[in-house]
Design a binder for this molecule. Sequence first.
Ligand code: BJW
Length: 228
Amino acid sequence: MLTGAGMSAESGVPTFRDAQTGLWANFDPMQLASEEGFRANPSLVWDWYASRRDKMRAVQPNAGHVALARFAKQHPGRVGIVTQNVDDLHQRAGSEGVIRLHGDILQDTWLERGRCTPSCDMARAVPGSPPRCAACGNLVRPGVVWFGEMLPADALAQAESLAERCDVMLVVGTSGSVYPAAGLAHRARRAGAKVMIVNPEPSEIDDEAHVLLRGTAAHLLPALLDMN
Ligand code: BJW
C-alpha cells in the first residue's frame, strides 16, 4: 500500500498541490519545500509549516484510513503501509508499523544536523519564527524530507523490499510525480505484483496500474477492503 496526500484530503488536509491557498497563494510549495527555500526566507517557510501543523493537529482520520487499519488488523502480517504523508492520520486510525518516507511534520530538527553539540537542546530553543538553538544559533526546521534531500535510508529500504515482495500494491491518492516514492509502483509491477490505483484524477503513474479506480479514498477504500 502506498499513500499520498489524497489519502488525507477528505480529512481536510489540503493535498500538496492544493496547499497553495490563502496566505500562500503567491508562493510555490515546491520552493517552500526545500532547504534552499528555507535558507532564503526562514520565517516564511517556518510560518507555512506552522499553519499546516495547526491544520493537521485539528483533523481526524477519514473512513479510508479507518478501513485500511481495520483491514490490516483482520489480515495480520499481510498488509504494509508506506506513506509519503507527513501527517499521522494512518497511525491515529490504528495502523501500526507505517513506513514514513517523507518524515513527520510534527517533529522538529536542526537545520544543520552535524553542528549539534551536547549543549544544543531543542527543548530550550529560543522561540521565534523559526526558533534558534540557545547555545549555537542553529535554526530549527520541520522534520520532513525536502526536495534534494535523501529519504530516511531504513524507511526507503523497507518500502522497496515490500514493493518487491507484495502480491498487490494499492496506490492511493498520489500524483506519482515525486521520486523515489513514485517508482515503487513500477518496482512492484516489475516484480510481478498487481498494481491498483485509487485516485479521482489521472496520475503520472497510471501506466503502471492493472486496475484504475476513479474515486476518492474515503469512498472507495471502505467498499474495496470490506469486500474481503
Ligand atoms: C485524491 C483525493 C482523494 C485528491 N482520494 N485521491 C527521478 C526523476 C526525476 C527527479 C527525481 C528522481 N529521483 C529524485 C528526483 C528529485 C526529486 C523529485 O522527485 N522531483 C520531482 C519533482 C521530479 N526527489 C527528491 O528530491 C527526493 N529526494 C531524493 O531523491 O534524494 C536523492 C537525491 C538527492 C539529491 C539529488 C538527487 C537525488 C525527496 C523528495 C521529498 C518530497 N517532499 C515533499 C514535501 C514533504 C514535506 C511537506 O509536506 O511539506 O513530499 S514534496 C510533496 O510531494 C510531499 C509529498 O509527500 C510528495 C508527493 O505528493 P503527493 O502525495 O503525490 O501529493 P499531490 O498533492 O501531488 O497529489 C495529490 C493526489 O491526490 C492527486 O493525484 C489527486 O488527484 C489525489 N487526490 N483528493 C484520493 N480524496
